[in-house]
Ligand binder design. Structure first.
Ligand SMILES: Cc1cc2nc3c(=O)[nH]c(=O)nc-3n(C[C@H](O)[C@H](O)[C@H](O)COP(=O)(O)OP(=O)(O)OC[C@H]3O[C@@H](n4cnc5c(N)ncnc54)[C@H](O)[C@@H]3O)c2cc1C
Length: 387
């Protein structure tokens, strides 16, 4: 494990943990029961500047890199909190930062950094296209100085708790494009104006408290001035942001895994059965040790992906591998932690069952394990494409 002397983000980690200590398990348990959004937690993260670490200083952020951002997300998750309520701001902001015009950046970024505007929604997935993003059907038709958007999105998280949404839609039908990845564009939708004027949001109740929704677009008018970058190049813009998303989410998995390992180690040392701590039995301690080894290996790949990203590369393969390894490490640690706790692993007040449910998501979203394996098989190993 990295020693505090070697970790340039130790002060940052300590500060995030102090903030998280104000939001203990009981807070998350209550929200989970009520399926309520952690408004207080997100407001605090915003006011203390943790969600704007990636925004350059000239726009009011801290101007740090992804290596700092992953330390923030990891500590949130290691503390038993959940960054899923707020993480999108970090990676969707990147699309605006990299592809927005000077006017768009000057207008939005300082307001996002200050918390005046929440950029928490990222609209890509659709019910009929699934992972095959080039088949999205939500269409933005140009009408004078506006786009008129029609279609449907699914699993769009935090849409009810965001002022802005980065939306991917088709602006040219797939059949008319030279490549399937052409003809898509990114619009910055102002949710405050859109809801009730062509946009309807329908919450989806899920296994976890994730504030996810379905969106229905019925001739929603979006000013053409809100398009990010060039028309037709949106898929490329979104893909760049997805690498940051995968690395950040991998760091959440590492935080979850470390939460489970901390919890299991403490419980195994303290719980006494047959006249000795259960952790004295190798049948109990080896799975904890195995989870630790697996997590450290995955964390190394997450660090590598973040370092490459910070050095200006676009590490698609490393981001994918980091997300896969970290999600597998967190899920293995979650299973181990439930087993170590015996019956108490199922008790709400221990937070293990909640985190167990929460960390399962990362095998599926933001990209499923099969699709990562397919990327490695075809892009890295040169095997024939299956789709
Ligand atoms: C709680 C939650 C929050 C989410 N938040 C957002 C969000 O904010 N914004 C957003 O845009 N999306 C969001 N998503 C969507 C998420 O990114 C997708 O669910 C994910 O990418 C998988 O897509 P899908 O559900 O359409 O699965 P599908 O594409 O239908 O795939 C279903 C299964 O089949 C497998 N599969 C499909 N094709 C192949 C193949 N060719 N070979 C092998 N296996 C294959 C997949 O691996 C997967 O396991 C969220 C999802 C959830 C559950």
């Amino acid at each position: 494990m990295t020693s505090p002397m070697e970790d340039p983000y130790q002060d940052l980690r300590d500060a995030v943990r102090r903030l998280c200590a104000e939001f203990p398990g009981a807070y998350w348990q209550e929200l989970d029961r009520e399926r309520r959004y952690p408004t207080e937690f997100v407001s605090k993260l915003t006011s203390e500047g943790w969600l704007s670490v990636l925004i350059p200083e000239q726009f009011g952020g801290s101007g740090l890199g992804l290596s700092a951002a992953i330390a923030v997300m990891e500590e949130i998750h290691r503390s038993g909190c959940n960054g899923g309520a707020a993480h999108a701001q970090m990676y969707t902001m990147g699309t605006l930062l990299r592809h927005g015009s000077d006017e768009q950046k000057a207008h939005y970024l300082p307001r996002i950094a200050s918390g005046e505007l929440r950029l928490q929604a990222f609209g890509v997935t659709e019910p009929t296209s699934g992972t095959d993003t080039t088949r999205i059907r939500t269409f933005a038709r140009r009408d004078g100085d506006h786009y008129v958007v029609s279609g449907q999105k699914i699993w769009i998280s935090r849409a009810e708790h965001s002022d802005l949404m980065v939306l991917l839609c088709r602006t040219t039908p797939r059949e008319e494009c030279a490549k399937p990845t052409d003809g898509m564009s990114v619009l910055l939708v102002d949710m405050r104006e859109a809801v009730g004027n062509g946009l309807t949001i329908k919450p989806i109740r899920t296994m976890i408290n994730h504030a996810t929704t379905e969106l229905f677009f019925d001739d929603l008018r979006v000013p053409a001035a809100n398009r990010l970058g060039e028309e037709g190049k949106g898929f490329r813009y979104i893909l760049g942001g997805m690498n940051a998303e995968r690395i950040l989410i991998a760091s959440e998995c590492i935080g979850d895994a470390r939460f489970f390992i901390d919890k299991a180690s403490a419980y195994a040392a303290e719980r006494s059965v047959f006249g000795r701590p259960i952790g004295q039995n190798q049948g109990v301690q080896f799975p904890i040790a195995r989870a630790y080894v697996q997590t450290e290996a995955a964390a190394g790949m997450v660090q590598k992906a973040a370092s490459l990203y910070d050095a200006g590369h676009n590490p698609g393969t490393e981001a994918n591998m980091a997300k896969m390894l970290a999600s597998e490490a967190s899920w293995a640690a979650a299973d181990m932690c439930v087993q170590t706790h015996g019956g108490f692993g199922f008790a709400e007040e221990f937070d293990v069952e909640r985190k167990f449910r929460e960390t399962r998501l990362y095998h599926v979203a933001p990209i499923s394990t099969n699709l990562i394996l397919s990327h490695v098989a075809t892009h890295v190993l040169g095997l024939p494409k299956s789709f």
